[in-house]
Write a protein that binds this ligand. Structure first.
Ligand code: NAD
Length: 418
């Protein structure tokens, strides 16, 4: 077994829960769970001081049953093959739940992108894409941004792939700048989708967005646009953190000033001395909406027991461990969970729109992108809630089961080659 580690084990444990619930025969399970392909590459670059440094890169493609694979590329010190495989598996259930013609994929490099200069980041991005050329393609595997990568990295990926093809191939990645074939609305899509689904969840628990309080962990692409959109809907941000700082004020934080500070300085550090707070206690403060939007496994059983939120909106992938799920199931009347495969699906939905627009070379305006996004998220939310009501299962089980079922049906109708 090449995959290991706590995040991979988490994806496996979650799958077995779903497989038991769906009564999937034992001999079918491995075919659904284990990734189709895993690629590991060494990426050597010249650092700015002239020395050679080598970084390990990965790409895992989970299944190709419904179309190409789709998934982000993460630059982080936490990246290993097990984490990437887990993220690829979750992408499969997410895409299927949203009704997209994709399997899941994920990739990454084990590197701290903050420790690289802009030039080093560019050469590493280009070398990684160059190493991946034999394994990716607009109809094989389409990359996107994730933690530690952004529009600029996607533009370098696209340019590198295009140079080798001898023609511009915008549809090889999504999350590109609009100026290089990206779509309106992709940058904001994941955070806006999270905020939209928070709105649906608040309706369900009988709370109005105006005046509701929120705590958000992570202030990158997803966290910052979630904060911005929640604020536009009247939600009061009382706590926020990133890897450099944590702030809490029950009277409310100035979201415009936080967004401005983070855009100017690249992080939250230095925003305030008075409002600093212990990040270990942030998630368990009383609030209406809690949004983990950073890394995996931040809510374990002990945190889950102490949560004081009414809605848990999982913007990050895999923030909640299976033992925390057991606690959350016991607390299901107190805490409404919007599981990750639903909550952060806005990103891949608009990535899909970007791919479609690139393939057709026919571009939509932002309002069209957004209204189509909300339509897809609404449909998925409604399907999940119907399932919860019909079978009395937790929200995560319902959401993942819809995804697993779709992949399973596609595999069974296509049959097993040869
Ligand atoms: P990003 O790199 O833009 O931002 C990550 C943020 O998390 C940064 O603010 C960083 O400081 C913070 N962070 C890192 N470690 C932290 C810690 N221990 N405590 C608090 N904050 C910490 O990444 P992103 O694209 O916003 O992704 C965040 C999460 O959302 C990831 O789980 C990612 O897989 C998921 N996601 C992203 C997208 C997307 O479109 N970018 C789509 C779906 C899911």
């Amino acid at each position: 077994m090449i995959y290991s580690g706590p995040v991979f084990e988490m994806a496996c444990d979650q799958f077995q829960v779903i497989a038991d619930y769906l009564e999937i025969p034992r001999d079918e399970r491995d075919r659904l769970l284990y990734p189709k392909r895993a690629i590991t590459v060494s990426c050597p670059i010249h650092r700015d001081d002239g020395k050679i440094a080598v970084y390990q890169g990965y790409r895992v493609q989970h299944h190709l049953t419904l179309g190409p694979t789709k998934g982000g590329t993460r630059f982080s010190l936490s990246v290993d093959i097990g984490e990437v495989a887990a993220l690829a598996i979750w992408m499969s259930w997410k895409c299927a739940l949203a009704g997209l013609p994709y399997g899941g994929a994920k990739g990454g490099i084990t590197v701290d992108p903050h420790a690289l200069s802009r030039h080093e980041l560019e050469v590493l991005s280009r070398r990684y894409m160059q190493e991946m050329i034999p394994f990716v393609g607009p109809h094989t595997d389409v990359m996107a941004p994730d933690m530690g990568t952004n529009e600029q990295v996607m533009a370098w990926f696209m340019d590198t792939y295009s140079m080798y093809q001898g023609q511009t191939v915008t549809e090889i990645v999504t999350g590109k700048p609009v100026a290089s074939g990206g779509t309106e609305g992709r940058r904001e899509a994941t955070g806006r989708g999270v905020a939209y689904l928070v709105g649906r969840a608040l309706e369900r628990v009988g709370l109005q967005p105006a005046g509701a309080t929120a705590i958000v962990q992570g202030f990158g692409n997803v966290g910052s646009y979630t904060v911005e959109t929640l604020a536009q809907r009247g939600v009061k941000l009382i706590g926020v953190s990133d890897h450099t700082a944590c702030y809490f004020d029950p009277r409310g934080l100035d979201t415009d000033a936080l967004l401005k500070h983070a855009r100017e300085h690249g992080a939250l550090a230095g925003f305030s001395n008075q409002l600093s707070f212990d990040p270990r206690d942030l998630l368990v403060q009383k609030c209406d909406v809690l949004v983990p939007a950073a890394v995996e496994r931040v809510i374990d059983a002990s945190v889950a027991k102490r949560l004081q939120c009414r809605v848990l909106a999982e913007a990050a992938n895999g923030p909640t461990t299976p033992d925390a799920d057991v606690v959350l199931d016991q607390r299901r009347n107190e805490i409404f969970v919007v599981p990750d495969v639903l909550c952060n699906a806005g990103g891949v939905v608009v990535s899909y729109f970007e791919w479609v627009q690139d393939l057709q070379q026919f571009f939509w305006d932002e309002s069209e992108v957004m209204s189509k996004l909300y339509h897809v998220l609404d449909r998925a939310f409604t399907q999940v809630m119907r399932r919860v009501e019909r079978d009395g299962v937790p929200h995560r089980t319902a959401a993942m089961a819809i995804g697993v079922e779709k992949v399973r049906n596609a595999k069974n109708t296509r049959g097993l080659f040869p």
